[in-house]
Design a protein around this ligand. Sequence first.
Ligand code: ADP
Ligand code: MG
Length: 329
Amino acid sequence: VAGPSQSRSVRGLLSEIKTAIHNEPFTDHYTVIPGRELGRGKFAVVRKCVEKCTGHEYAAKIMRKRRKGQDCRMEIIHEIAVLELASACPHVVNLHQVYEMASEMVLVLEFAAGGEIFNQCVSDREDEAFSEEDVKRLMRQILEGVAFLHQNNVVHLDLKPQNILLMSTSPLGDIKIVDFGLSRMVSSHQELREIMGTPEYVAPEILNYEPISTATDMWSVGVLAYVMLTGISPFLGEDKQETFLNISQLSVSYSDEELQQLDPAALSFIQMLLRKHPQERATAEHCLTHPWLQPTEPQDNQTVEEILSVKEDPSSTSSPEPPTSTSSA
Ligand code: ADP
Ligand code: MG
């Protein structure tokens, strides 16, 4: 039996999966909800469906096996293998079943009802956009997911707001990382260079055709944090050319009005990720220890004794202030 290192191909793709591949038509077991598509990429359409025997909702990622005249079944098998590898991680979407038909494969995924975080990132409605507290909680989850992947030598290589989904929007639920179509295994003895993600989110080393590593994802996490906090895509130019130039010159403004209003700790967080040299960027684990992401104290200027005395002695509640409010407001 091939171990993990033997099943790893030269291009960083996994080739072995445990999930059974069903060959009967997918529609024998699922009802595809007509009309609305959940999403669409270059080679995949994602549709909401209902499993006939359970009534449970899922998202079916329907993928063409031939793309630009090339057989891409191997890439799809890799995507399945990575989802299996990450099945223990609560922040990566769960894979339920796989179907294979003549020209398509269907990945039946856990349904993330809240859709892409992209929608909240670009919303100019105050009630829809994320608060800084929301961003902190979601960013912690993204980092926990990314740390899990990196611990298992997986680089995602396409982290962006369209590939981070929400389980619900009101109330704002937990995140799920999706789309392992560009992901690769990284190993110490093989260099990876070729892959290209989405212009706005790719790291300088991808543009310069330099080796890819887990730090490549950390650049994208920095861009994600920037976008989630401000709604502004920091490197986006008028065209691809200009975007690439902005990235390779690290031409990003930290003096924008939107950024100046933020907690300085949020800025410092972004700055430890948007660094040209991959080895200087913080790791996912390091990011989780950054002051910006530490839970804030609900009471900032009450002493422990004061808090306890309010709780224990009913006579001390003569103050008109409820015990949870701070006096400095
Ligand atoms: P592609 O490789 O084509 O980008 P993705 O896996 O990113 O495919 O899926 C495309 C889009 O479909 C996502 O951006 C998202 O909007 C939607 N989608 C994907 N998976 C799910 C899911 N499990 N639940 C809900 N929507 C999903
Ligand atoms: Mg995608």
